[in-house]
Structure formats: C-alpha cells, structure tokens
Design a protein around this ligand. Structure first.
Ligand code: SF4
Ligand code: SF4
Length: 211
C-alpha cells in the first residue's frame, strides 16, 4: 500500500515528466470547458482539489515559494512588519518592492526571503492572503479562472493534476452523454417500428399477467 509520501513523489515525478508535453493540450482542454456549465466545472474542480491534495504535500514542495513568492496587499504589511519586529519602512526597504500594475508589494528576490533552509515558511502564521489562497484550486470560481490555472500548472504540481482530473472527468461526462443520445436514438427507432412506446424508456416493466 503506497504511503502519502510515495503518492506525493509519484505525482511530482509525473508533473516534471509531463508538464511541458501536456501544456498546450491542457490549455486547449481548459478552453473547451467554456462549453460546460460553470457549476459542473466548479464542483468537479473542488472534488479534484480534495483528491489531489490528499496526496500532494506542500511541505515537501515549496515550488511556489521559489518561483512566485508572496504578494502583500497594502493593508497587510503593517501587521506583517510587526510580526517580524520591524517597522513597515524597514520591512519594505529590506524585503519588498511595490508593483504599481497589480497594486501589491512583492518580494525583492526569489526564492521568497521568508522561506527557511528546511523549505518551510518561517512566517507561516503571518503569511499573506496570496500565500494562503494559492493555488486557488478550491475557490468557488474555477470556471472563470481557467487560464490562471493553466499558467499555474507550470509552477504547481497540484494544479497540473487538478487539471488532469478535470480533463478525465469531462471525457467521462462526454462518453455518458453520447451513450444517452445513442439510447434515445435507439428508442426513437424502436418507436418507429412499433417496438416501444413514448414512456417505455422511463417506465417500470409491467407485471406479468395474472392467470
Ligand atoms: S511567505 Fe511563506 S508561504 Fe509565502 S511565498 Fe514566502 S515562504 Fe512561501
Ligand atoms: S501550492 Fe503547489 S507549488 Fe505551492 S507548495 Fe503546494 S504543491 Fe507546491
């Protein structure tokens, strides 16, 4: 029986081996999701998120801390500075720079300066919302954020696998819909030749005649 660590290692291995080859395909498949009801996409993504994060262990990864880093909204930095025993000005001077396009403070350097040597976040209790919410695969708005997820798939193994789960779920959904259409066609044909009635698809079989 594989342990959680084994499953984590295997999922990360698959991501490293496949992400570049699958990138274009994932983008295409996420684009096709526009044809599916957003409620189905969001619910399926949420299930996929739970399944993937039951195996992926962020404490063994930290790739987002290496490649993206934190984004602080202006209202977050005073408390964050206090938690480090710094003034807001010295926090900014030492660690952060302002990004006027996104209206956020981001780290001056990568990997994130608050990532410890043991690959764990040294400010975990005080980390900003952006770190708490990443990779957003459990947000209720997956359908409208598909292209953000397509981008994040290159950085985060969990996102890659959530998208793969969604692709598989959509394939199964399409196969079921095709099967239902086939049944319906067959039923129409049976009606035409007098072998079925309008309600015979849904009705219970008739009981045998009492002799
Ligand atoms: S603040 Fe912590 S969680 Fe956020 S990027 Fe830095 S190390 Fe990672
Ligand atoms: S959110 Fe993704 S990239 Fe970040 S640590 Fe977890 S699995 Fe790794």
């Amino acid at each position: 029986m594989p342990t959680k660590k084994d499953r984590h290692v295997e999922l990360v291995r698959q991501w490293v081996a496949e992400r570049d080859k699958r990138e274009k395909y994932q983008w295409q498949q996420l684009w096709h999701l526009k044809n599916e009801p957003a409620t189905w996409v969001d619910a399926t993504a949420s299930k996929a998120h739970n399944k993937v994060f039951a195996a992926i262990d962020c404490k063994r990864c930290a790739n987002c801390c290496y490649k993206i880093g934190p984004a602080f909204r202006p209202y977050e930095i005073n408390d964050f500075a206090q938690s480090l025993g710094l003034t807001t000005d010295s926090l900014i001077e030492q660690y952060l720079k302002w990004d006027p396009t996104e209206s956020i403070y981001e780290a001056r350097s990568k990997p994130c300066p608050f990532l410890g040597k043991d690959q764990l976040c040294t400010v975990y209790e005080h980390r900003p919302e952006s770190c708490r919410q990443y990779p957003h695969t459990d947000s209720s708005d997956f359908a409208n954020s598909r292209y953000m997820h397509a981008n994040n798939s290159a950085v985060c193994p969990a996102v890659y696998h959530v998208i793969e789960e969604l692709i598989e779920a959509r394939k199964n959904k399409k196969a079921e819909e095709k099967f239902e259409r086939m049944l319906l066609k067959l039923h129409e044909y049976e009606k035409e030749i007098g072998l079925a009635s309008d309600n015979s698809l849904s009705s219970e079989p008739s009981p045998p005649p009492v002799s």
